[in-house]
Design a protein around this ligand. Structure first.
Ligand code: FES
Ligand code: FE2
Length: 436
């Protein structure tokens, strides 16, 4: 069966949505957050970091999730394993850093128990003084599932979960078409935001807000729902395919505006020649990218379709990851539940870019950056930019969090183009109520 046929088989329709109420308590109740943790986050695949961070043997990274910290380490042979980041002696957090290289042994700061990359205890002081037996070669860090895909390392705390590929279904292949294995994370930002994680993820599950919050995107992204393809999959993941490199049908503007004009010039097209026929810019740019791209160092264009040369395909993974795919960059947009407060979340924004011959500087949502792996920047929402579009999204998040407490709010009243919001909440209930 072709990929297209399998995608068709994987799709569900609006009639398959349960339409469970989206009540306010889902966004602030501690009890509900505890259920999400127990039934959703400990059972689904999460991204732990970039494969490039673990390319050298003895590299270690950690990823916080809820009250857990997961450590991932590459051994001498390049095998990557993931463990709960906790010392089995008395429960101290084993690795404090987020990234570390050249680690021969992991040593706990408390009593210096020492572990190898396979998680085994290798050295303990006063080893003879353990009535229940020497822990060396006997005790081990608790290992969890770990896989790599698309240049990223993924983990899952559920020992019985399907493999990452099985769980992603055709989304894995659709993602892999972009050949992101060697892309570089040029932005690595995390903001602490005063809203529940779902407020942000709901936002990425619809484009209905573009005309209100991101009006300027309409100069080069067509956000009209009539021209957008929405796909819901049985797996719980979904996709939104937006046509790009042409003005929005909602904008009713028939001249080429910034930044589309500059992009057209970059691809040797005269933007003024398209005034009055702006619906033709997209295909014209596709043709130019196809023709000129490889010679300009964009070798990965060979793997993508014409549509993918210009369009924005948002792959939204259950429960909390959005991959905004384009052939020139993609973002990981990921609100993580706060460890203790359901009215806060940690919002991760990563930007990945492909290697292009001669590339040493890139434009990112937070300005020009060197084309190299970015350091992690963390801040409170409002203290720094998390990217100009994401800032606009967050501009309503805190007010919405407050509003969802109101006695005046009972349930969402969703449009068809917000089906993916509906699906997220249905899926959370599927997990919590034990149907998955
Ligand atoms: S808690 Fe780690 S060595 Fe004691
Ligand atoms: Fe948005």
């Amino acid at each position: 069966m072709t990929l297209e046929q399998r995608i068709e088989q994987e799709k569900i329709g609006r009639q398959d949505l349960r339409g469970d109420p989206i009540t306010g308590d889902r966004y602030y109740s501690r009890e509900f957050a505890a259920k999400e943790w127990e039934h959703v986050f400990t059972r689904t695949w999460q991204i732990g970091g970039m494969s490039a961070q673990l390319a050298k043997p003895g590299s270690v990274i950690t990823q916080a999730i809820g009250q857990e910290s997961i450590l991932m380490i590459s051994d001498e042979d390049g095998t990557i394993r993931a463990f709960y980041n906790v010392c089995p002696h008395r429960g101290n957090r084993l690795v404090a850093e987020e990234e570390k290289c050249g680690v021969r042994r992991m040593v706990c700061a408390y009593h210096s128990w020492t572990f190898s990359a396979d998680g085994m205890v290798r050295h303990v002081r006063d080893a003879e003084d353990y009535p229940q037996g020497n822990p060396v070669g006997k005790l081990k860090l608790k290992e969890i599932r770990c896989e790599t895909l698309g240049g990223m390392v993924w983990f899952n705390m559920d020992p019985n979960a399907p493999s990452l590929r099985d769980s992603l279904g055709t989304v894995a292949e659709q993602f892999e078409a972009y050949q992101t294995a060697n892309w570089t994370r040029v932005n690595w930002l995390t903001g602490l935001v005063d809203c529940n994680w779902k407020i942000i993820h709901d936002n990425f599950n619809e484009a209905y807000h573009i005309l209100s919050l991101h009006r300027e995107l309409g100069t080069f992204i067509d956000d009209a729902y009539q021209n957008t393809t929405f796909e819901l999959y049985k797996t719980g993941h979904n996709q939104m395919k937006m046509q790009g490199h042409q003005p929005s049908a909602n904008s009713r503007v028939n001249v080429v505006q910034a930044p589309l004009d500059a992009i057209m010039r970059e691809w040797d097209l005269d933007p003024e020649a398209f005034n009055g026929r702006v619906s033709e810019t997209r295909v014209a740019i596709q043709q130019q990218k196809r023709k000129l791209g490889p010679a300009r160092g964009h070798l990965h264009y060979a793997g993508v379709s014409d549509a993918q040369l210009t369009d924005y395909h948002h792959l939204t993974l259950f429960p909390n990851i959005t991959l905004t795919m384009s052939c020139d960059f993609f973002q990981v947009l990921r609100p993580m539940p706060h460890p203790t407060d359901p009215e806060k979340c940690l919002f991760d924004h990563w930007v990945m870019m492909p290697p292009v011959a001669g590339r040493d500087e890139v434009d990112t949502p937070t300005g020009k950056r060197k084309f190299e792996p970015a350091p992690h920047e963390t801040f409170m929402h409002g203290e720094a930019s998390i990217g100009f579009v994401a800032d606009q999204d967050l501009s309503v998040a805190v007010a919405q969090q407050k509003g969802l407490h109101s006695r005046g709010y009972t349930d969402a009243y969703l449009s068809g183009q917000e089906d993916r919001v509906r699906r997220l909440h249905d899926m959370i209930n599927e997990y919590i109520e034990g149907r998955r």
